[in-house]
Design a protein around this ligand. Structure first.
Ligand code: AMP
Length: 438
């Protein structure tokens, strides 16, 4: 049974960053004027109340407006755009033009594409709207077949472009285009693919853009893509503080693995997602944890899609106890009721910390995010503090206290001046400059 409220994750500008969506009793799904087929699907999914993002986003999308929404995965965001787009599909006559596709949803990663597609299938059940899923690393034949009859396409930019070039899809009848997790799409350098895809989609379309963060580069992109968009932000006043507990342990680099295995074993944690910065570290750690007697698999961009799907499935089913992932691979993963996230290494991009710990505490569940911080990562922790505008004080775990004689490696971010700058930003509430890759 799904909880009647959801976590709304994260507003960066000031104050805390986790919110629980209050059930908004004044608005029900039936008052949103959605097609009765969709109301039945909603009921079958046991959704009793729309979440804040759904309440705010569904009406302007139904009205045909462009929308720029700030929301993360985990807030009910997918239904917020899939439901009204399906409503429009069900209630607008087919176009008399080549190309059957009417809606394109772009996502940065295969995992998110799979997740969005699964939601689309849930909400489209009982209708005759067909969909296709297209992402790289999987064989292209079945995708070509599905694209022939699909009105809704969920795709990663690179693979969609492959299909356009091959001629397996025509987008000239598309009237709605969605960018999901636009910030991550920019991070992953998809801008050229996006520009090329846009040449094949009519300009008089409706465009929706969702992003966890709205920094300059996302705004820049939105200016090119959207026409008079409605800016939708979930109101903090409708929210109550929660529920992902964050623990920071200061520990020496070479003792991190030992600490993690000890913690998982001692506390008997059953399903733990661990983040590393690199693929190599993900593999190495998974191997070592197996030697420690904890069934562990890794998931990252060098693994085939089949291997990634299997690892995720094993993890969800509980056959593996620990999954070690890199940031890109983990983006968009929806693991129901995941309780524990461990940051084995802090990310170089502070925003990734938020995405990482957002894997837990979903749909009203409690979550714990434990971060291991070596002396060389202290500056990364400070950048996260600036971003979140909150203090994350490190603790010591008995038996794993850091060696205080160790000095941090030379690094321009570790100088006293850099530290003072960060302190100043924290005090004045100015965020760290975005470290987004251009
Ligand atoms: P999303 O943010 O789209 O990844 O959704 C996160 C989770 O919330 C998914 O498991 C959805 O099935 C679930 N969900 C979406 N909308 C609602 C709702 N109105 N009530 C309860 N659960 C929901």
């Amino acid at each position: 049974m799904i909880a009647p409220f959801l976590l709304l994750k994260l507003r960066y500008n000031g104050a805390l960053c986790y919110f629980k969506a209050k059930p908004m009793s004044a608005t029900s799904f039936s008052s949103l004027n959605l097609d009765s087929l969709l109301l039945t699907a909603i009921e079958q999914n046991n959704y009793t109340t729309p979440t804040a993002i759904q309440i705010k986003t569904i009406p302007p999308i139904l009205a045909g407006n462009d929308v720029m929404g700030s929301a993360q995965t985990g807030t009910g965001k997918t239904a917020a755009f899939v439901l009204p787009l399906l409503h429009k599909l069900l209630n607008t006559p087919k176009k008399d033009e080549p190309g059957i596709a009417r809606v394109v949803i772009l996502t940065p990663t295969r995992e998110l594409a799979q997740q969005v597609f699964a939601s689309f299938e849930k909400y489209a059940q009982g209708s005759n709207v067909q969909g296709a899923l297209a992402y790289g690393g999987a064989s292209i034949g079945p995708q070509i077949k599905a694209l022939k009859t699909a009105q809704v396409i969920v795709a990663t930019p690179g693979r969609l472009l492959d299909h356009i070039v091959k001629g397996s899809v025509v987008l000239s009848s598309v009237d709605s285009l969605v960018f999901d997790e636009a910030d991550r799409m920019l991070d992953m350098g998809f801008i050229d693919e996006i520009k090329r895809i846009l040449r094949h989609i009519p300009g008089d379309r409706q465009t929706l853009l969702f992003s966890a963060t709205f920094d300059d580069s996302v705004f820049e992109l939105s200016k090119k893509l959207l026409k008079n968009p409605e800016l939708i932000e979930v109101d903090k006043r409708n929210s109550a503080a929660v529920e992902v507990e964050q623990i920071i342990y200061a520990v020496d680099e070479d003792r991190k693995r030992e600490l993690v295995s000890h913690m998982i074993g001692m506390k008997n944690w059953r399903q733990v997602l661990i983040f590393t910065r690199t693929k190599q570290m993900a593999d190495k750690l998974a191997k070592e944890m197996c030697k420690d007697g904890l069934k562990t698999e890794s998931i990252h961009g060098d693994k085939s899609q089949g291997a990634r799907d299997r690892a995720l499935q094993n993890f969800k089913e509980g056959t593996t106890r620990v999954l070690v992932a890199t940031d890109v691979a983990a983006r968009g993963l929806d693991i129901p009721a995941l309780k524990y996230v461990i940051n084995f290494e802090l990310p170089y991009i502070a925003e990734d910390y938020v995405h990482r710990i957002g894997r837990t505490g979903r749909a009203g569940e409690q979550g714990l995010a434990m971060s291991l911080v070596s002396i060389d990562e202290q500056w990364l922790l400070e950048e996260i503090e600036v971003l979140l505008d909150t203090r994350l004080a490190p603790q010591w775990l008995e038996g794993y206290e850091p060696d205080l004689n160790k000095a941090p490696k030379d690094n321009r971010k570790n100088t006293n001046k850099a530290r003072k700058d960060r302190d100043k930003k924290r005090i004045t509430g100015k965020r760290a400059p975005s470290r987004r890759r251009k």
